[in-house]
Design a protein around this ligand. Sequence first.
Ligand SMILES: C[S@@+](CC[C@H](N)C(=O)[O-])C[C@H]1O[C@@H](n2cnc3c(N)ncnc32)[C@H](O)[C@@H]1O
Length: 311
Amino acid sequence: MNHSYHQPVFLKQSIEYLNLKDDGIYVDATFGGGGHSQAILDSNSSIKLFAFDRDTDAIESGKKISQKYKSRFLLIKSNFSRIRTHLALNRIKKIDGILFDLGISSHQIDEKERGFSFSYDAPLDMRMNREQATSASDVINNFSYEKLKQIFWEFGEEREAVRIAKMIIQKRKISSITTTGELGAIIENATRSHKKIKAKARIFQAIRIYINGELEALRSALRDAVTILNPQGRIVVISYHSLEDRIVKKFFQYEEKDCVCPEGLLKCNCGKISTIKILTKKPITPTTQEIKKNSRARSAKLRAAQKKEIK
Ligand SMILES: C[S@@+](CC[C@H](N)C(=O)[O-])C[C@H]1O[C@@H](n2cnc3c(N)ncnc32)[C@H](O)[C@@H]1O
């Protein structure tokens, strides 16, 4: 397993919740270093796996795995919002399970020049797919004050969003802001509380989520996933911050409901039927031991659900 690329989180629990069955077809929506993919393939030699990642580095790292598992495994460079299209191109209409291990990999954080981390001074980039046009530098140097404030608030839930956005506008009037170090220093100066590191983490997270369209991709991929699951098929999602986890939780709760009519109606007229059964009433969280072994597990939450038979 390629632990130098990324050490997988909740490996055992993901496999358990996927409930792999003989001859099943599975999807790993977020291949990364392939830790989960390999564990899925090794758990049952009769299953087929389609894996996705939008990052070229992940696709490169997967070449060896592709050779090892041959026709049982296909790795596709794509946003996971396009899973259905790619499966259809491969004549696959239904699958038996899908795993999302959201966010970025350790490799992406550790590659300094990708600009994901405020711990290194590097160009402001943060694109998961480096073929896409908009980078963090475009956001910081060209977006309006209003837009910056909104991004910091909506995707970072940062209280100092106003002051940070104002300071960015002031600084860039003098000269462009080109590095993570410069941006980090601006955030530190603008933050009044002693929680400067937290503020940096939240602003970097906000920019990353915005430029990679992470929440829109998740919403649409969850809808598609439930549509293409076979009855008894499983969906397993590992998230690393509250914005993602809230989306997954609300989506599962909505899908599990049989009726979404306003309260007080005598008869249901919405026609909504329950499509899934939630398997994790509360999300799975890491043990102290897991966090000690793998610090990335710190904020992880796993939620899982099973598709219902729909008549
Ligand atoms: C946390 S890592 C996955 C690690 C992987 N499970 C492993 O064991 O190595 C997340 C990966 O998902 C990819 N990713 C995130 N959002 C994506 C999206 N919308 N479409 C495709 N890949 C995405 C990232 O590029 C990254 O490589």
